[in-house]
Design a protein. Structure first.
Length: 379
């Protein structure tokens, strides 16, 4: 892993090792991918301000997130099908995050279940919730997350219907992969991946199998989601969920100031400014463009987190400069996972931490609390 110098190296390696259908699933945005590209392009447009001779010895990337100490302002975002990037992917990524001192968020649509991860790791993790039409099942999921002592519930609020990702249709994405000639040839060239999956505990959606009908073999993820996820979800349900959960609640998927104002009044501990990694409303603004107005409107009432295109420590610095408390990153660690399992995720986190540390030094700041707009160059 030492020769992996940046997230892009991990991405190239993952592309060679992970079957196309799963690599593309994580990689893609929706429709024409305009928003996916805007997330990166708008981050890159923000130029950092080089400062010199300011005594930047004794730096630290440590901070707090939802009141807990973290080694850097970063959490691993919830990623569906994480355990299809690498056998036992959720457990390995959670272990890497915990060893690095940052939170890991398990997805409802994960392969490893809440209980699998709980039994395999030492400390609490976050759980991400999708709301299905079957409210009894939603209640049960919340109870399971509580029983596993999850330290925060991340309610995704931007996926009541699924934005179409063309590659999932073209690749015929199924879980587990269907025995088709195209897949057999692809998997035959990725023997280490196949072995990892065979050795892993599960090959289907661990949180849902046995609880929801038709989960043992999902031959169209998008159709399944269309049938099960609740398009009628509303702010009233947020209240219901907050009441059932009773712990720290994070609302993920807010891009609009008006929505942020409502979110700030729900009693949630944090919101995540996010367009779901460019995977939902194509044509929506980049996440970074939405960040500053939301911080201005609600930043004193609720912790504002950020995701959408974070691939480096420089990106974390940019988001913090515009007022984010911390970032979430999904694809960056998924590349690490595909490239090298737990060590790959650990490397992804280490790369971004080192980049953040050096970029702090070169912009003249030594503490996370001192990062503000002054690290951005006037343009
Ligand atoms: C689910 O969260 C997805 O983006 O596919």
């Amino acid at each position: 892993m030492r020769t992996m110098t940046c997230i892009e190296d991990l991405r190239q390696s993952a592309r060679r090792k992970v079957p196309r259908m799963f690599f593309d699933y994580a990689e893609s945005g929706s429709y024409a991918q305009e928003t996916l590209r805007a997330n990166r392009a708008d981050l890159e447009r923000i130029k950092l301000r080089q400062r010199i001779l300011l005594d930047v010895a004794g730096r630290s990337t440590q901070t707090t997130l939802l009141g807990d100490k973290v080694a850097l302002p970063l959490a691993l975002a919830p990623i569906g099908l994480c355990g299809m990037q690498h056998g036992d992917g959720e457990i390995l990524a959670c272990r890497a995050a915990q060893q690095a001192g940052i939170p890991f968020c398990l997805s409802t649509m994960s392969i490893g279940s809440i209980e699998d991860v709980e039994q395999a790791v030492g400390k609490p993790f976050w759980f991400q919730l999708y709301v299905m039409k079957d409210r009894g099942f939603v209640r049960a999921l919340i109870e399971r997350a509580k029983a596993a002592k999850c330290s925060a519930l991340v309610l995704t609020v931007d996926l009541q219907v699924l934005g179409q990702r063309h590659s999932d249709i073209r690749n015929g994405l199924t879980v587990p992969p269907e025995v088709r000639i195209k897949n057999i040839i692809d998997i035959a060239t990725k023997p280490a991946w196949a072995l990892g999956i065979l050795r892993g505990r599960r090959r289907t959606f661990g949180n849902l199998a046995g609880h929801v009908r038709g989960m043992d073999n999902v031959n169209s993820l998008s159709q399944w989601i269309a049938g099960q996820f609740d398009p009628a979800l509303s702010w009233k349900d947020v209240e219901w969920i907050a009441g059932l959960w009773g712990g720290k609640l994070i609302l993920k998927g807010i891009l609009d100031v008006e929505d942020a104002r409502i979110a700030a009044k729900t009693g949630a501990a944090a919101l995540v400014v996010s367009n779901h990694g460019g995977r939902q409303l194509d044509g929506a603004p980049s996440s970074i463009a939405a960040l500053a107005p939301i911080v201005e409107a609600v930043g004193s009432a609720i912790e504002v987190l950020f995701d959408g295109g974070v691939r480096s420590g420089q990106d974390i610095l940019r988001a913090l400069a515009l007022g984010a408390r911390a970032c979430l990153s999904g694809r960056a660690y998924i590349y690490g996972l595909g490239a090298g399992g737990q060590a790959g995720v650990a490397r992804a986190i280490e790369i971004m931490k080192n980049e953040l540390d050096v970029s702090m030094a070169l912009t003249g700041v030594t503490r996370i609390a001192d990062i503000n707009r002054s690290v951005i160059a006037a343009m």
